[in-house]
Design a protein around this ligand. Sequence first.
Ligand code: ZN
Length: 285
Amino acid sequence: MKLATLRTSNNGTTAALAVGEDTYLPLPARDVGALLADPAWRTVVSEAAAAAAHADTVSVPASGLAPLLPRAGKVICCGLNYGDHIQEMGRELPEYPTLFAKYADTLVGASDAVEVHGSGRVDWEAELAVVVGAELFRAAEDRAREAIAGYTVANDVSMRDWQNRTLQWFQGKAFDGTTPVGPVMLTADEVDGDFEVRGYVNGELVQHGNTGTLVFGPAKLLSYISQFTTLRPGDLVLTGTPGGVGMGMTPPRFLNDGDVLTTEIDGIGRLENVFRIHAPVTANA
Ligand code: ZN
């Protein structure tokens, strides 16, 4: 099953949807996070499907999609989780995951324009993201695995000039409206195996990784995070990016005004976001 969050107005109202082949079924929840907060959410979806058997499915363009979890309580990211990316950033294989947080304000929809003010080093990080489906605190890995509601696509777009101002990356990772997430959540029960993650700039493939090579896989990450903070339904965990980010290139390369960033995971979907960079772009060195 695929779930999404639809924008129902220009003033922030949204609704959860079950996504079919060509149709979107409205669900009685304001977004996917609110849906998952009901432990009986699968029943809610099947009842909505039964009630709509004769009509009522809506067809909406991808541009109508809001970020999957517009009100996520916690958005936690893992840096340095693929061997090739760790290498290009010049670091050692980690003993513990490198974690940082974002706010829900960073999230944008699958086809939204990304507006960046005040950075000339805007870089890409294509990532698999995990959607939490049950409360987790001090959970073992098996329990954490059972608590995964599903998976989605994200791009941990990073303002490298801001990120590298200090040892803490936070400020370069938490610009409002710069982290595309969606278009849908693929439920965990339909996932069998690893994902291919790809990133493109203006159609050119720049990143490609397989989540089977993650140093810390989804269940391990959720378990680790839950040792110090409670994860709840609708929280989002970004699992890190494979090699091929702009900062790792020689010479380094960053997004320019008008560039289109595409982020894609087979079986889930793709994000396609045009960038509006409202700053003089500094030299790429
Ligand atoms: Zn990242």
